[in-house]
Design a protein around this ligand. Structure first.
Ligand code: SF4
Length: 76
């Protein structure tokens, strides 16, 4: 079972693509109703992908990417 999960406030995404630049493994741009937004390819992942997803969260200028453990402890 995956250890971590992503919570993202997609409505607030400004489509800057910073997260996809630092973590192309798990973040991609998608077109939602004519607007460019970033979405995680996987919302749950393990330790080996924690660092790159943390970097994606840290790169977000509007701070809408959050990572929690599966038990709900906030990582970022
Ligand atoms: S860094 Fe944040 S605002 Fe920019 S595309 Fe990613 S989720 Fe959206």
């Amino acid at each position: 079972m995956a250890k971590y999960k992503i919570k993202q406030d997609l409505n607030e995404c400004i489509g800057c693509a910073a997260c996809t630049a630092v973590c192309p493994n798990n973040w991609e741009m998608v077109n939602i109703k004519g607007e460019e937004k970033a979405k995680p390819k996987k919302v749950e992942f393990d330790e080996d992908e924690l660092e790159e997803n943390k970097e994606a969260a840290e790169s977000c200028p509007v701070e809408i990417i959050h990572i929690e453990t599966k038990s709900g402890d906030k990582i970022i």
